[in-house]
Design a binder for this molecule. Structure first.
Ligand SMILES: [Zn+2]
Length: 331
């Protein structure tokens, strides 16, 4: 089944239809060998009791070569370990065994399929998905609301009104970009100086895994960064901020017509809804949860791993007017 990637009929030569079409995948030559496999890592903290701060941090891996519908089944996800405690896991201790295991898997393991000869399979980590807060811990860097808090670029941002802001940089909106090598150098410099360097606070075990790129291999947190961050902000400017220069509430009808004519792919289980009839609900914070249906439908887009855009509004597709302004209802 893991050889599916060589049998899949592609719709186009230059399209990103699965994670196996992405740059981070393709740059690992060994993955052209059908015996070899790759993994996607995911972790996040979950509070277990309402009355205390005890939480668990499970670590999961999925096998990218399985067909998508098999890959996401619970029985095919690898539950690799868990942290339980009152605080967030100290990543420098928590990630060490995973880094060691992943390095060993790349050297090769013996696989014994039923009724076939055994063979050696090499297993590579190509990507990691986590929300913005978890990602900052995994990379060992500042959070998105701190100075140099973007995991994709080196922009410092400015601090005004008790908030860290990242004004649009017209000359170089997405840069200067971070690189894996630089991130390692910044981590070393941070360790030597006991101060963060370009937002990096110190070493991360993830930089020690051969072939894994801690910058390009880290997925964008589409739900929190784009939808609840940028999209929510844009909707505010377009339809709530009546005195603002971006207000276009008078075009609501035209927007409604566009929204209602969108036919999302079948993976998206909520239909776009009109601004006019649903705008009032959007004033409540909880209503933004409507957005959260989008990332589920877009998982495959996310995992395509093109040259990943960053965390800042200017790095994201959502900055383009007209994108991601869907309101959702159950289909
Ligand atoms: Zn950035």
């Amino acid at each position: 089944m893991v050889r599916n990637r060589f049998q899949r009929t592609r719709l186009g030569q230059d399209t990103y239809e699965d994670i196996t079409d992405g740059l981070q995948y393709k740059k690992i030559e060994a993955l052209k060998n059908p015996n070899n496999m790759s993994l996607l890592m995911n972790t996040d903290g979950v509070r277990v009791f309402k009355s205390s701060n005890y939480g668990i941090w499970p670590v999961y891996f999925t096998v990218n070569e399985l067909p998508y519908n098999q890959r996401t089944k619970r029985e095919n996800c690898i539950f690799a370990g868990v942290w339980f405690g009152v605080l967030k896991p100290p990543m420098i201790a928590f990630l060490e065994p995973f880094a060691e295991a992943l390095a060993n898997l790349q050297r090769g393991i013996e696989v014994q399929p039923p009724n076939e000869e055994s063979y050696i399979a090499k297993v590579f980590l190509v990507g990691c998905t986590a929300d913005m807060q978890a990602k900052a811990l995994l990379i060992n860097m500042k959070q998105h609301n701190g100075k140099c808090g973007c995991p994709k670029c080196l922009q410092e941002g400015t601090h005004a009104g008790h908030k860290q802001q990242y004004p649009f940089q017209t000359a170089n909106p997405k840069g200067p970009k971070r690189t894996h090598e630089e991130a390692r150098a910044h981590a070393e410099a941070a360790l030597a100086s006991s101060k963060d360097v370009f937002g990096i606070k110190g070493a991360s075990w993830l930089t020690t895994i051969p072939h894994f790129d801690i910058i390009e291999g880290m997925a964008i947190d589409y739900m929190q960064g784009t939808l609840l961050g940028v999209t929510k902000r844009l909707i505010h400017f377009w339809f709530f901020d009546k005195n603002g220069e971006w207000y276009c509430g008078e075009s609501k009808l035209a927007v409604d017509n566009m929204l209602e004519s969108i036919k999302p792919p079948m993976e998206v289980h909520r239909m776009p809804r009109s601004i006019s009839s649903h705008l009032p609900h959007w004033k409540a914070d909880a209503s933004c949860l409507h957005h959260t249906e989008i990332p589920r439908g877009h998982q495959r887009v996310l995992s395509a791993w093109n040259s990943s855009p960053g965390l800042h509004p200017q790095d994201m597709e959502a900055e383009k007017p007209g994108r991601n302004i869907w309101l959702y209802s159950d289909r």
